[in-house]
Design a binder for this molecule. Sequence first.
Ligand SMILES: C[S@@+](CC[C@H](N)C(=O)[O-])C[C@H]1O[C@@H](n2cnc3c(N)ncnc32)[C@H](O)[C@@H]1O
Length: 294
Amino acid sequence: MIVAQVRRRLGRFVRRMRPPGPAVDPAVARAARASGDVESTTWDGRLPIPALKLRFMGESEERFIAAAQSLAAVLAANGMKPTSDVLDVGSGYGRLAVGLMDRTEFTGTYLGFDILVRQVDWCTGVITAADDRFKFRHLDLLNERYNPTGTMDPSEAVFPAADSSVDVCALFSVFTHLYRPTIERYLQEIARVLRPGGTAVTTWLLFDDERLEAITSNASTYALRLQGTDGSRFMLAEDPLRAIGYPQQDVVEMAAKAGLHVERVERGCWDTGSPADDKSQFQDLVVLGRATSS
Ligand SMILES: C[S@@+](CC[C@H](N)C(=O)[O-])C[C@H]1O[C@@H](n2cnc3c(N)ncnc32)[C@H](O)[C@@H]1O
């Protein structure tokens, strides 16, 4: 009896003295988190489609493929060459990457980053596994809507790409969810990572005095009736980053301040309703260029 008591006490003492050690290997934890998602992938030929639980925009599988092809086509129509090095900022659940996989002539490289760890894990577990020219990175940046527990300030973010290493930067439906200080930072980061002569293909919700009536009306997909103190307009008081827009002139000026010029603006149909098909421009397209020498 006394021997058993001594053994128990000794056991407790040894357990207390043992260094804590890692609870779970982070790589094992990531793989475990991604595995269920990876397994529920469906395939359209060689193109992967994430499960609906990851497709937070809620489109059907058919529309996922159509949107993927359409995003890649927009890049190709605005400066992307088959050999381009592409950086996809806010890569979501891989729509642009899948669209580029579909273009057999694309022999360049692709790096996407996003603040949503599950979607990034799926992209790595499925897209990179299928074609390792496509890479993804997770950055734990704060976004009230998408990543409210993010630990890093997006207005100080550093894109995971070296200076002058990218031919085309894509930001599809990303500036429509960011506050102005982050936008200013992202424009600077775009200018840093683009090669001279490189292009950024970006979408926005833009307005000016003439468009004000349309963008605040009931017909608008995003009725931007609320005003920020910085000139922005947004739809929902409780969720400003659901859809936030900026004056077109401010965007031109912010871009110029970052060393970028506006090559093209194509207004979309978001202010008058839904697009007719996947090919029509929904948000406003702004193509930015970095001068060939600076
Ligand atoms: C509407 S989704 C668009 C996703 C993708 N670009 C597409 O078109 O399929 C917006 C994306 O922006 C990402 N995002 C939000 N804040 C971000 C930030 N500060 N940096 C990078 N991505 C961000 C979200 O996580 C989300 O994936």
